[in-house]
Write a protein of this length. Structure first.
Length: 768
């Protein structure tokens, strides 16, 4: 009679062998590796020999295991994360074949192999050796110690000139206070991704539902709270990433200082910074209706998520547009309103770029044009506003787009702050078919050049390409080249034959993918991923969507670099970049099939399930987008999936680069593995650099605020957060002279991190 242990061993060999055999046949038929079919035969033969008590079973399995090790090293080298799924299961299945010695060998395996594996995995987090960077000239603006804009300065550097917290004392950093907003996920999903601003001892922030909160910056005590009573009907995800501040020149009394926020039900509000009460002279009772001249649209199709930008006495807003639903969604117009009265100053309507005011009576701004949902930057001295743009709707088919759509989409556009006239535009992706809208705030820096200082703008992209441009003209400072890209075979499409690449700057797109880059927790789900990869169309970067099978988009719509953007240490001339390496699949579905599948647009009465696809009504195809994940809920490509790096802005050389984040809060089926081992995880949010050479950043799937050495990337401190830190930190000096670092810990439903409502401030202990 077969003992229970032996029976289970045979059953496992048969089960894994059968699964690998089925996948191996399919993979071999798709032109993939033959290893999995060979492995299946070895497992099945071993199972039969074990059942017969044949002494050749260990020999057969030993030969298979030796071949597996050789194959694994040939494919993956000494990459610990790549070796783990190839070797883990075969090694475990071989232990029972050791007979009475199995227990002793298993014990020695734990003592020897596990520590070695841990060392190899830690080596996967190694970074490049740092070089000595060159200084970048600061842009003088604001009051040193305050944090007056979303990015501290209007140019979005996310740099603090403070240095009280440094490498020598960062180990003493402690939580100074915590404030809970009380806003939690409900029927409407919310994301708490705000970066507060700080003005003269007051901290101002917004919740996802646009409640504006003022706190005492020293203690976290509530000063006032304004509830705008948003109408959240139809809102897919409520978000507010920041507010704006303005002091009216020569004004005293109520509303001399103002806080602006734009709401998820499309209103622009002006509040008294001292009391939180609406400013009655702004618009109508303190509000401007952003739906004006937009034409009719269903709730949730247009609203604002980023902080407004204030420049030369005007408040600027763009707008978030629901992705991929139909032709003719609300306009992507950018508008400037008088900061005191709320009257329209100018409008940049891509369908009518030469018309600066409102459209004629009875006509809306041009519908379906590229929008600008990311933070804008401004140069007050030059009188320029830098606007990152998205796509004309919908995202994954563009045969209907106009010449003006194609001129301004997925670009950074410089507008005259006084008139809204286009000074220049630079396109980061031609005829975008990949949802590569520009998500990050343009970052303004002054660079040393051979003929003096060059005013520059850094534009990060979802593609992982970073474009360095002269902000006077839009001409590249670092070389940009047009390279051929894969062609589209979709009828009616007119994809660009070339795309711009930025070889003069480090790329954060990640290396091109191959079958050997597919990953899994076991050989079975790895084989599944390899088969899925073989069945997709992928001809390298910018492979366009197809109709016969899914195409791989890599990086996916999460980036590359997303709305967290980059930060710049102005004193050292170092740019900090956190990025993602995560693929998605996109498949165009003919309209008739989409109708049968019930892929319908969102509306106030019929909210289509976004996870089922984008309707793209008005063009011949709907689109289905899927993260490239294994059946176990882990990415199909091998780690790292998230990176962080430092770049010398003068030499444009990569100083250091390493995987960003651990597997502590990640795992199969969304369960935390509790393994604090560097792996590089998906991240969303940005960083802040300080004059003392520190970088503060959270963003990762694991719930930590990290403190890094800006020059080397070395981690100096790790602070556990109560929820996901999908926000960008900020830093200020309080009235008592203490430097604080503040971050919102609210999580992100798309990233799958823990939700929360906390604003947390860190500082050094008070001197006794």
């Amino acid at each position: 009679m077969i003992g229970l242990a032996r029976f289970l061993h045979i059953a496992l060999l048969l089960a894994f062998g059968g699964a690998l055999g089925w996948l191996g046949v399919l993979l071999l038929g798709a032109g993939g590796s033959s290893y999995y079919l060979i492995a299946a035969v070895a497992l099945l033969v071993t199972a039969v020999l074990v059942a017969r008590r044949d002494r050749r079973a260990p020999v057969v399995y030993g030969v298979f295991l030796a071949g597996t090790i050789a194959w694994s090293l040939a494919e993956a080298g000494l990459d610990g994360w790549a070796l783990a799924p190839r070797l883990g299961l075969p090694l475990l299945l071989g232990i029972p074949l050791l007979g009475p010695r199995a227990g002793r060998v298993l014990g020695w395996t734990g003592v020897i192999v596990v520590p070695v594996l841990v060392v190899v995995l830690f080596l996967a987090g190694r970074e490049t050796a740092p070089a000595v960077p060159s200084p970048v000239r600061p842009i003088a603006e604001g009051v040193a110690g305050d944090w007056l804009h979303y990015g501290n300065d209007a140019g979005g550097s996310h740099y603090s000139p403070l240095g009280q917290i440094d490498a020598a004392n960062v180990s003493q950093l402690r939580r100074a206070w915590i404030f809970h907003t009380g806003i939690h996920p409900g029927p409407t999903p919310v994301t708490f991704e705000v970066t507060p601003i700080e003005v003269a001892g007051r901290l101002f922030l917004c919740t996802a539902l646009n409640e504006v909160i003022a706190l005492d910056a020293e203690s976290g005590r509530l000063l006032w709270r304004h509830n705008p009573a948003d109408n959240v009907t139809g809102i897919p995800v409520a978000t507010c990433r920041g507010v704006a501040y303005y002091r009216v020149p020569g004004s005293v009394g109520p509303c001399a200082e103002r806080i602006y926020t734009a709401t998820v039900d499309a209103r622009l509000l002006a509040l008294d910074a001292s009391t939180g009460r609406p400013c009655p002279t702004f618009g109508k009772a303190g509000a401007v209706d952003l739906r004006t001249d937009m034409g009719g649209f269903d709730p949730g199709y247009y609203f604002v998520t980023s902080a407004p930008q204030v420049v030369r006495g005007k408040v600027l807003v763009g707008g978030w547009i629901t992705d991929g639903q139909m032709v003719g969604e609300p306009s992507g117009v950018v508008r400037a309103f008088d900061a005191v009265s709320g009257k329209l100053g100018w409008a940049f309507d891509i369908g009518h770029p030469d018309r600066r005011g409102a459209p004629p009576p009875g006509q809306p701004y041009t519908r379906g044009t590229p929008n600008s949902w990311a933070p804008m930057s401004a140069d007050e001295r030059m009188g320029l506003v830098f606007v990152p743009t998205g796509n004309a709707t919908p995202d994954y088919f563009g045969g209907h787009r106009t010449a003006l759509d194609d001129r301004f989409s997925s670009s950074v556009v410089a507008l005259d702050a006084e008139t809204g006239a286009v000074r220049w535009s630079f396109q980061t992706t031609h005829h975008d078919l990949w949802d590569y809208d520009v998500p990050a705030q343009p970052t303004l820096v002054d660079l040393p050049g051979p003929k003096g200082v060059i005013p520059a703008v850094i534009q990060p992209t979802k593609r992982g390409e970073i474009f360095l441009l002269d902000r006077r003209t839009g001409h590249p400072i670092a070389p940009v080249v047009e390279r051929p890209v894969p062609r589209s075979h979709v009828p009616g499409e007119r994809a660009s034959p070339t795309q711009p690449f930025s070889p003069g700057m480090p790329s954060f797109s990640g290396p091109a993918l191959h079958e050997i880059d597919m990953w899994g927790l076991t050989p079975i789900d790895q084989a599944w991923c390899r088969l899925a990869f073989r069945r997709m169309r992928y001809n390298g970067p910018l492979t366009p969507p197809g109709i016969d099978r899914p195409s791989m988009v890599y990086p996916g719509y999460g980036g590359g670099i997303n709305w967290g953007g980059v930060s710049v240490d102005r004193g050292r001339g170092i740019m900090i970049v956190n990025s993602n390496r995560f693929a998605i699949g996109v498949h165009l579905i003919p309209r008739a099939e989409a109708l049968r599948e019930g892929i319908a647009p969102r509306s106030s009465s019929n909210h289509g399930d976004a996870s089922r696809g984008a309707a793209q009504q008005g063009v011949p195809y709907a689109a289905i987008m899927r993260p490239f994940m294994s059946p176990l809920g882990v990415p199909c490509q091998r780690p790292p999936w998230g990176m962080i790096a430092g770049v010398d802005l003068k030499t444009r050389a990569l100083l250091w680069s390493k995987p960003f984040g651990t597997g502590r809060d990640s795992g199969p089926f969304g369960l935390p593995s509790m393994l604090p081992i560097p792996i590089g995880v998906p991240n969303m949010g940005g960083s802040v650099t300080t004059a003392s050479g520190l970088t503060f950043v959270a963003a990762t799937h694991d719930r930590y605020l990290r403190v890094l050495d800006t020059l080397t990337g070395r981690e100096l401190r790790r602070l556990r957060l109560p929820a996901g830190g999908q926000a960008t930190p900020m830093s200020f000096r309080s009235a008592s002279g203490r430097q604080f670092v503040v971050i919102a810990a609210g999580g992100n439903p798309g990233l799958g991190t823990k939700a929360g409502d906390a604003v947390i401030a860190y500082a050094l202990p008070l001197a006794k």
